[in-house]
Design a protein around this ligand. Structure first.
Ligand code: ADP
Ligand code: MG
Length: 322
C-alpha cells in the first residue's frame, strides 16, 4: 500500500477525521484551516512518543492510539482551552493493516472523548515514532498559566496520582498483578483522560495550572519557578488510589504519586475562597495537597512538618548539569 492510499484508508477515512466545530478544512490540502471565534486565542502544543522510550515497541496499537492523543490533549486541559483538532506526524516501520486499523480506532476513540478532529499530518517510514500537535481555543488573556500562583493560595490536584507510574512494571512485563489491581493502573497508563472540563472550569479561578507529566514534585517546581513562589506539599494529603496502594504498599505508592510520571492530572493553585465552588461541580476528584508560600522551590512535609523532600523528584530525558 502506497503512502497516499495508507493516509486515505486509515487516517482520512477515520471517524475522527470527518471535521467538527472550528474545522473549516481538514485533511487533503496543503494546510488545514481552523476558524476561531472573535476574541479567542489559538492554544497549540506538540508531544512526541518514541517506541522504546515512551511506550514498549510491542504493545496494543489501539491503546497506543488512545494514549498518543491523550497525552497531547492534556496540555490543552492545563491551559483551560477548549479542544478543536490535532495533527498526527507518524513514522512507521513495516506494520500491517491490522495494526494501522487498530491504531486509528484508538485514536478515534480518544478524539471522540475529547471532542476533537484529526485535521492533517505527515506519514513517513522508519522506527515507530508519533508526534501529535493539538490545537485549542481559549478566550484572549484567560488561559491558565504557570506564572500566577500567590502566597496564601492552596495547591490542588484533580485526582489520585501515581497510577501510571505504578503500571509501568506491568506495561513492561516485569511484574504481574491480579486483574482487579492491574486493570485500573493499566487503564490510567494507556488512556489517561485529559481533564479538559476541569481546565475550563478553572479559568478565572485558578491562579496557576499545569498537567502533571513528570511527577507532582517535579512539575510543581515549574509553577514555583514561573510564579516566583515556594510550594509546600503535605505527604498526608497526596491522594493515592487504593489499587496502587494494594499493588505497591503505602510507602512505594506515595513515592509513585509524588515522583512518578505520566499522570496527566491537573495541578493548580487556587485562592482558598474559590475551592468550594470548584469542588461543588463534582467535575473531578479535587484534593488540596499543599499551599503556596513566599520563597522559592518545592518542599515535601511529613505530618509532623519535617522537610522530607526526596532528591529524585521526577523524570527528565536530559538531566541538568550540576
Ligand atoms: P504534503 O506533501 O503537502 O506535506 P502529504 O502528502 O504529506 O502533504 O499529505 C497529504 C495530506 O494528508 C495532507 O492534508 C496531510 O495533512 C494529510 N496527512 C498526511 N499524513 C497524515 C496522517 N498520518 N494523519 C492525518 N493526515 C495526514
Ligand atoms: Mg508531507
Amino acid at each position: 500500500m502506497g503512502e497516499f492510499e495508507l493516509i486515505n484508508h486509515y487516517f482520512a477515512a477515520a471517524p475522527c477525521a470527518q471535521g467538527g466545530e472550528g474545522v473549516a478544512l481538514g485533511i487533503g490540502d496543503d494546510c488545514a484551516l481552523l476558524s476561531l471565534p472573535p476574541g479567542e486565542q489559538l492554544a497549540v502544543s506538540t508531544d512526541t512518543l518514541v517506541a522504546g522510550v515512551h511506550f514498549p515497541a510491542v504493545c496494543d496499537p489501539c491503546l497506543l492510539g488512545q494514549r498518543s492523543l491523550a497525552v497531547a490533549a492534556s496540555d490543552l486541559a492545563a491551559m483551560g482551552a477548549h479542544a478543536i483538532g490535532f495533527t498526527l506526524a507518524i513514522t512507521l516501520p513495516d506494520v500491517g493493516p491490522d495494526w494501522l486499523q487498530a491504531y486509528a480506532d484508538g485514536l478515534s476513540r480518544m478524539a471522540h472523548r475529547c471532542r476533537m478532529s484529526l485535521i492533517g499530518g505527515d506519514t513517513t517510514r522508519g522506527p515507530l515514532s508519533i508526534t501529535v500537535t493539538v490545537f485549542g481555543r481559549v478566550p484572549a488573556g484567560e488561559a491558565l498559566r504557570r506564572s500566577g500562583a500567590r502566597p496564601g493560595d492552596l495547591l490542588c490536584v484533580g485526582g489520585s496520582l501515581g497510577k501510571a507510574a505504578g503500571a509501568l512494571p506491568l506495561v513492561l512485563g516485569e511484574r504481574e498483578a491480579p486483574a482487579e489491581l492491574a486493570e485500573p493502573l493499566l487503564a490510567h497508563y494507556w488512556s489517561p483522560m485529559p481533564q479538559l472540563n476541569l481546565g475550563q472550569l478553572l479559568r478565572g479561578r485558578a491562579t496557576a495550572a499545569l498537567d502533571i507529566s513528570d511527577g507532582l514534585l517535579a512539575d510543581c517546581g515549574h509553577i514555583a519557578k514561573a510564579s516566583g513562589v515556594a510550594l509546600e506539599v503535605n505527604l498526608a494529603q497526596v491522594p493515592v488510589s487504593p489499587a496502587l496502594e494494594a499493588f505497591l504498599g503505602l510507602e512505594a505508592a506515595q513515592m509513585a504519586a509524588l515522583t512518578g510520571g505520566d499522570d496527566y492530572v491537573l495541578a493548580f493553585t487556587l485562592p482558598p475562597e474559590a475551592l468550594a465552588a470548584v469542588q461543588a461541580t463534582g467535575l473531578a476528584d479535587v484534593h488540596v495537597v499543599g499551599r503556596v508560600l513566599a520563597g522559592q522551590g518545592v518542599a515535601l512535609r511529613d505530618p509532623q512538618g519535617h522537610d522530607i523532600t526526596p532528591v529524585q523528584r521526577g523524570y527528565q530525558h536530559f538531566r541538568e548539569t550540576p
